[in-house]
Ligand binder design. Structure first.
Ligand SMILES: *Cc1c(COP(=O)(O)O)cnc(C)c1O
Length: 417
């Protein structure tokens, strides 16, 4: 395959691109539970107009583009306030949750080296922690201890304590964790990290733009943010339930001193001072500006309403799963994630993956995850309008696959293509 010599007219090019999308997930219909989070028509419009303004801008150098410096500072400050960051808390925008986590892991390693003389700092995580921690451990060459979760899917603090030692630089909790959507016992994890002077990072990539609003809605939200003593850093993805388009997340630290451990500067080449807030070089201004615009457009009231739609929809799904013989929801069922699994206590357990195949034939997209084999649903505002249809299809699909077992047992969070 080679790029053809002659260029083509704009309309032809765009028509081709549009045609390529024929088999992509149909998130616009609300039938995809994850990956794209739809805040509705006015959120699209404000994001698209901001994106057009900032399509070409580069946040590499905020002296050249001071507006992007201001956009970053404002989005970070608004997020810090939502997460009860103390005066002096500080952060940066990154390209996504994985990069925010990488920054937190790097900061923990560097702080361990600078303050405790621990060169080969170690990480302690629950098995439910996001794969991005393992990727970070791989990239930064750090040993990582992975500890099985409790029966309720939360981090097992006592078991994690056995893995903490004088080389531990980072203890991780999630709010909530992705697979079952439960919030880890953050105060106990922060206290555990403090016993050896390690950082405690709270991964709120999934919950950062839900939990504050769930609390405002009067829902029961366990302590997880900077109000918990001993939480050093938090990651929160604006491109998930913050409803911004892809490519933007916030990494926050309790203080500027702690933030310093994630930054890197260099002056010993021929190109001049290189200051690096995160892992990128050239940084698109587009996602940063779109996030700023979406947050301004929604305001806290807008987010509360979107969170209500997502949480109410998740409740409806849980009720429907609970009423289906042979199925169960994993976890305590409070937030916007719904993991659907076979119920071993039933006389007639249903196979989650066979159910997923039947739902897929009706146009529903759930990630297949495990262990244990289960269907993942990240429920957001975009799903609310079709939840009645999903509930009806669940009943039909359950009847259709009773007694069947899917041959394909593979899971799909992401791909290497
Ligand atoms: C999505 C997610 C991440 C990773 O974020 P990306 O934006 O996909 O890189 C990390 N942790 C949790 C809990 C997540 O849900």
């Amino acid at each position: 395959m080679e790029l053809q010599r002659a260029g083509r007219p704009i309309d032809d090019v765009i028509a081709d691109l549009d045609a390529k999308r024929a088999h992509d997930a149909r998130w616009q219909d609300g039938r995809t539970f994850g990956m794209v989070y739809d805040g509705g028509p006015s959120v699209h419009e404000v994001a698209e107009r901001a994106a057009m303004l900032y399509l070409h801008e580069n946040a590499l150098n905020t002296k050249a583009f001071p507006s992007l410096g201001a956009i970053q500072n404002e989005v970070v400050a608004w997020t810090a306030a939502l997460l009860h960051g103390p005066a002096g808390s500080a952060g940066f925008l990154t390209s996504g949750g994985t990069e925010s986590i990488q920054c937190a892991v790097l900061a923990a390693r560097e702080r361990g080296r600078a303050e405790r003389g621990v060169h080969a700092g170690e990480i302690v995580v629950a098995e439910s922690a996001h794969a991005a921690f393992h990727k970070s451990a791989h990239l930064f060459d750090m040993p990582i201890h992975t500890i099985p979760v409790c029966n309720d899917w939360t981090a097992d603090v006592d078991a994690m304590a056995d893995a903490v030692n004088d080389r531990t630089v980072l203890v991780v909790g999630s709010a909530p964790q992705y697979p079952q959507g439960v919030v880890d016992p953050i105060p106990a994890l922060a206290a555990l990290a403090a016993t050896v002077g390690a950082n405690c990072h709270v991964d709120a990539c999934m919950g950062g733009f839900v939990l504050p609003f769930a609390e405002m809605l009067g829902r029961d939200v366990p302590p997880w943010d900077f109000r918990v003593d001993g939480v050093h850093s938090i990651s929160a993805d604006v491109h998930k339930l913050g409803y911004a388009p892809k490519g933007v997340s916030v990494i926050l630290h309790r203080s500027k001193e702690l933030r310093r451990f994630q930054t890197w500067t260099f002056d010993a080449w021929l190109g001049g001072f290189y200051g690096s807030p995160n892992l990128q070089g050239t940084r698109s201004g587009l996602p940063m500006a779109a996030a700023w615009a979406v947050m301004q457009h929604l305001g806290v009231d807008g987010y509360v309403e979107l969170a209500r739609q997502a949480l109410d929809s998740a409740d409806r799904m849980r009720d429907a799963v609970g009423a289906t013989d042979g199925l169960r929801v994993l976890g305590d069922g409070r937030l916007h994630l719904v993991a659907i699994a076979s119920d071993p206590a039933s006389a007639d357990p249903l196979d989650a993956f066979a159910l997923g195949d039947a739902l897929a034939r009706r146009g529903w997209y759930h990630d297949r995850q495990g262990p244990p084999d289960s269907l993942h649903s990240t429920v957001s505002n975009g799903n609310a309008a079709v939840i009645d249809e999903w509930v009806a299809d669940l009943a039909e699909c359950a009847a259709e696959v009773r007694g069947m077992r899917a041959g394909d047992r593979s899971t799909t969070y992401s791909t290497v293509d």
